[in-house]
Design a binder for this molecule. Sequence first.
Ligand SMILES: [Zn+2]
Length: 323
Amino acid sequence: MKTVYVFGAGASAAEGAPVLRDFLKIAYRFFKEENYSTELDIVWEFLKHFHGSGTMIRHADELDRFPGLEEIFNIVDWSLLQNQAFSIRFSRARLHELKTALVKLISMTLDKSLHSYNGIHQSFVSEVIRGGEEISTFISLNYDIVLDNAIRTTGYAPEYGFYGNHSDHQDCRRGIPLYKLHGSLNWSFCPLCGEISEHNEKVAHLLFKDKFSITCLNCGSDNSQAIIIAPTLYKSYNINRLQNIWDCAGKSISLSDRLVFIGYSLAPADTSIIATIKRALNTRNKKREIVVINPNEEVCRRYKQIFGESCRVLCQKFTGEQT
Ligand SMILES: [Zn+2]
């Protein structure tokens, strides 16, 4: 039986990663209150400016009064797409700078918050590998490398799908397909040759530093960038290697007999993902089992809206136990 597991933010949250709606608050605590980092000043400046003059932020908890990271991203992206400035203070050039700082905030916060894991992914992955006659496929919407490391501890390497097609990856005896649709903290992208370099450790938070560079493993250029596709409505995936990853993910879903969603909220803003999954399911007319593991009742209802009444919904937290 071919099984595809789709991992969302809730899976990483089970290992201690912050959820998106808390990102600003946690980042403020880390990089303003505990260890002041000037790199994110533009984010705090924008938030104060967002509510008008005289607005103060005195404490991390006050960040609850502002829109979450996702909505701030959407507003910035919308302005940039429309060729508009936000205000006199936030011209288009400064909005670009703000967007870079927001991506930097994500990678810095994740780097600081996930130092040790409690092993949920590890026990889950080893169980999957032990139990299945066929190699399973993993799709992840998370930037962190918890799942990647869990695969490595089983003696396999994650096959990210930068090249080739899904069938090649499935037949490969040393690798387990892990398609990370929104990028990864251990990848660097070279804008000169267009290749993605894969590293064993997280590099994304370093790539934003002024005096730091990572050499492209393909062409030797030292101008690499992070691949963190921001959580916005207006996502752009115009990197060829990333497109290949999406194609592989779509193919794996269309060939699957069983599709298991773990901690993924299926938010209406994730149009690109929902459309890709539905299209992949429609490519091959076969009977599939769809299983959902999510503790949120509203999210569980949403799965029935998108996939129909036949999907098996387990309204519970991800504990690493097999379904
Ligand atoms: Zn290069």
